[in-house]
Design a protein around this ligand. Sequence first.
Ligand SMILES: Nc1nc2c(c(=O)[nH]1)N[C@H]1C(S)=C(S)[C@@H](COP(=O)(O)OP(=O)(O)OC[C@H]3O[C@@H](n4cnc5c(=O)[nH]c(N)nc54)[C@H](O)[C@@H]3O)O[C@H]1N2
Ligand SMILES: Nc1nc2c(c(=O)[nH]1)N[C@H]1C(S)=C(S)[C@@H](COP(=O)(O)OP(=O)(O)OC[C@H]3O[C@@H](n4cnc5c(=O)[nH]c(N)nc54)[C@H](O)[C@@H]3O)O[C@H]1N2
Ligand code: SF4
Ligand SMILES: [Mo]
Length: 704
Amino acid sequence: MKKTAWSLCSMCSVRCPIKVEVEDNEVTWIEGNPKILKGALCAKGSAGTALRDDTERPQQPLIRKGPRGGGRWEPVTWEQAADYIADKLKGIIEKYGAKAIMLSDRGGPFPDLHKAFIHALGSPNYSNHDSGCGRNVHHASLSVYGLGRKDFVYDIKNSKHLVLFGRNILESLRIAEANQVLDMLDAGGRMTYVDVRQTITGLKATRFIQVRPGTDYALLLGLIHGLIKKEAYDKEFIEKYVTGFDELVKFIEPYTPEWAATECGIKPKAVNDFIAEIIQDMPKIVFHPGWMLARYRDSFYASRAIQILNVLCGNVEVKGGQIFAKGAGDCGKKGLKSLDAQIPKPTDPRADGVGTKYKHFDKGPGLFHLFYDVMKTGEPYPIKALFCYRHDPLNCFPDPEAQKAVLDNCDLLVSIDVHYSEFGWYSDVILPESMYLERESILAVAKGPSPRIQIRQKAVEPKFNTKPSWEIFKLLADKMGVGQRLPYNTIEELWNFQLEPTGYKIEDFNEKGFISLSDGPVMYDRNNLDGKFKTPSGKIEIISQKLTDAGLPSLKPYESPAKPEKGKFRLVFGRTAVNAHGHTINNPLLFELFPENSLWIHKREATKLGIEDGDWVDVISDGASGTLRATVTEFIHPEAVYTCHGFGRQIPAQTRAYGAGVSDSRLQTGLLMDMDVAGGGLNLCEKFVTVKRSSKNMKRRVEL
Ligand SMILES: Nc1nc2c(c(=O)[nH]1)N[C@H]1C(S)=C(S)[C@@H](COP(=O)(O)OP(=O)(O)OC[C@H]3O[C@@H](n4cnc5c(=O)[nH]c(N)nc54)[C@H](O)[C@@H]3O)O[C@H]1N2
Ligand SMILES: Nc1nc2c(c(=O)[nH]1)N[C@H]1C(S)=C(S)[C@@H](COP(=O)(O)OP(=O)(O)OC[C@H]3O[C@@H](n4cnc5c(=O)[nH]c(N)nc54)[C@H](O)[C@@H]3O)O[C@H]1N2
Ligand code: SF4
Ligand SMILES: [Mo]
C-alpha cells in the first residue's frame, strides 16, 4: 500500500519539514516539503533510510550488566526498564528529594514535553547542550535587545550583504538558509566570510578574510570605529531606540581600522574597503550573530559587537535585515496549549545557580556543565540521576574522561536516544527511541515572519522494539505516579490537547504538512517598536543593566589572544556538510562519504615538522592524544590546526565509526569548566596542542 507522510527530518537538529513516500511500510522517497523547501534535502536527510535499516542501533531497552562503559547489556522489556528506573528514582527522591533528578534535552521545537516530565517529577533541573553551542550568542542577544538569538530571523534572501564570522553557512547548513544565501548571491548580493581557514562558504564569498585565530573582536571593533568616525549609522533609529551610544563613541576611540588590521594580520585596505561596502549596503545588511561563533575568551563580547553593528546599520525589522520572529499571537491567533504550563513550577532553586548565583543568564535550560561541579561537590544539593534525551554530553562537552569521573557520583544515568551515544554506552539504561520516520512527535510552532504549526506524522512502523518519546515519557510518568500530568494515552489525544485553543483540527495538516498562521509575512511598524525590546529599560542597551549589576563590563577592552608557544598550535574545529556532530558518523551511507577526520595544518609549519600531506600525525594535548592523517594546506592560519568534530567514537557496537579518526573533545582536556563568565559558553577554542609526524608512518613503510 502506498501513502504519503508529512514529517520533520531528524538527521541534524535543524529539523527540516519533509515529505515521505511509503510503500508497504518501506520508505521509497524523502524530499523537503515542496511548499517550504521546494523538495530540497541534504545528504544527511537523504541518508535517513540508511538509519532506518541500520542494525547497529539499540533495538530494545537495555540495562547495563557489569561496570559502566563495559559494553555488556541485558535486553529487557519496556516494562522492566521503566520499573528499574522508577525504583531507582523513588530511592533517590526519598533520600535527596526530587530536585536530585536532572534532565538534559536538545533545544528546538519539542522541549515542552520534556520540561513537563521533569517538572512533573518535582525537579527544576532542566538543561540542554547549549553551553557547548550557542549560549554566548544567545546571552549577547539578550543583553542587547532583551531577546534571545531565536527571537530574530535573518532576511538573507533580500539583503545586499551577508557578513559571517566563522559561520560556515554552506557546510554547517540549514537547507532553507543555504538556499537563501545562494538566491541572494544570484541576485548580485555580497557575502563577506571571516574564518581562520578556507571553507565552501569562503569560496562562494565575495570577500574572504583570514584572521589570526581569536581576533574577530578586534575586526568588529575596527568596523564599529569606521562607521562611527564616518558618522555612517542610522541616527534616527539610534535616537529613538538605543541607550548607551555616547559610551560606545568614547570606548571605540582607540580601535581604528588600521589597528584592527594589524591585530588580525590582514591589510588595512581590506578593512577600509569592507567598511565602504557596509556603508553602501546598510540597512539591507545582515551581520549574522553566528551560531556558536568561534569560542574564545572574548566571543561573548565579539557577539555583542556583531549585534551593535546590526543596530548601527538600523537593520531591525527591515526587509533584507533582521526581523522579529513572529508567533501565533502576532497573527491574531491562539498558540498551542502547553503541557508544561499546566504543571506547578518546582520551587527549589536550580542546582546550577542560574537565576540565583548567575542572575544575568537566561534561566531556561541553565548551563549543563555547571551541573558537573554540583555532582562533584553535592553543593548546593546533590544531583543523583541524569536523563539525557537527544543529547550526548560526552561528545558535546570537553574531556569525556573527566566527565565520566564525575558522572560516577550519580546513582542513575539514562539515555533516551536513537543511537548508541557515548553517554548511552556509559549509562545504566538505554531507552531506544524510534527513529524519526518511525514516530510521531508533539506539534510545534515554527516562529518566523510567516509562522506555522508543524507536524511529524509516522511514516513507517518501527523496525525494532523502540518507542516514540511521547510514549516513553508517559510510561515513566505513570510508573512515578504522575501520569496525570501528561494527560493523553494516544498521540491523537496529545495533538488534540495541544490544538484545543487554536480551533484547528489534526486533519488540517493533511494537505501540506503544516498550518500557516498568517497569509504572508507579518512585519511590525518600524516607527513604533516601543515595547518590543525586553531589556530592563525597554530600549536596545549598549550598556546592559544586567551585566552592570553582575559586575561585568558591557564594552570590554580588547585583549590580544595568546599566541601558541613554539611547536604548538591552537586546535580549532568545525563540521562538514555530510555529518551532524557525532551521531551520523556510523551511518552506512554517510560513512562512505566521509569515513574519518584529518588534521589541517599549514604547509609551512608542516614542512618544518617533516609532515607531508596524508602522513599520520600524532596530536598531543596534556593528558590526551590521537593519531590521524594530515591535510597539508595553505588555506589555514599557521597558528591553528583544524579538525572535523564528532569522530574518534568509542562504541564497539558501531563497527564502522569505532575508533575512526580522532575526537576533538578528547583533546580538549582542562576545558570542561572553562566558561565565559559573561556569556556562559565554554571556551572550546582555547586549547593548544603539539603535532608531530607519527611513528605509525614508519611501520607502514617497513610493512610495505
Ligand atoms: N569539541 C567540540 N565540541 C562541541 C562542538 C564541536 O564542534 N566541537 N559542537 C558543539 C555544538 S554546536 C553542539 S550543538 C553540541 C551538540 O551536542 P549534542 O547535542 O550532544 O550532539 P548531537 O550529536 O547532535 O546529538 C546528541 C544525541 O542525539 C541523538 N539523536 C539523534 N537523533 C535523535 C532522535 O531523533 N531522538 C533521540 N532521542 N535522540 C536522537 C544522537 O544519537 C546523539 O547521541 O556539541 C557542542 N560541542
Ligand atoms: N552539516 C552540519 N550542519 C550543521 C551541524 C552539523 O553538525 N553538521 N550542526 C548545526 C549546529 S548545532 C550548529 S551550532 C551550527 C554551527 O555552525 P557554525 O557556527 O558555522 O559552526 P562550525 O562548522 O563549527 O564552524 C566554525 C568555524 O569557525 C572557524 N573558526 C575557528 N576559529 C575562528 C576564529 O578565530 N575566527 C573565525 N572567524 N572563525 C574561526 C572554524 O575554522 C570553522 O570553520 O551548524 C548546524 N548545522
Ligand atoms: S539540514 Fe539536512 S539533515 Fe538537517 S534537518 Fe535539514 S535535511 Fe535533515
Ligand atoms: Mo550547535
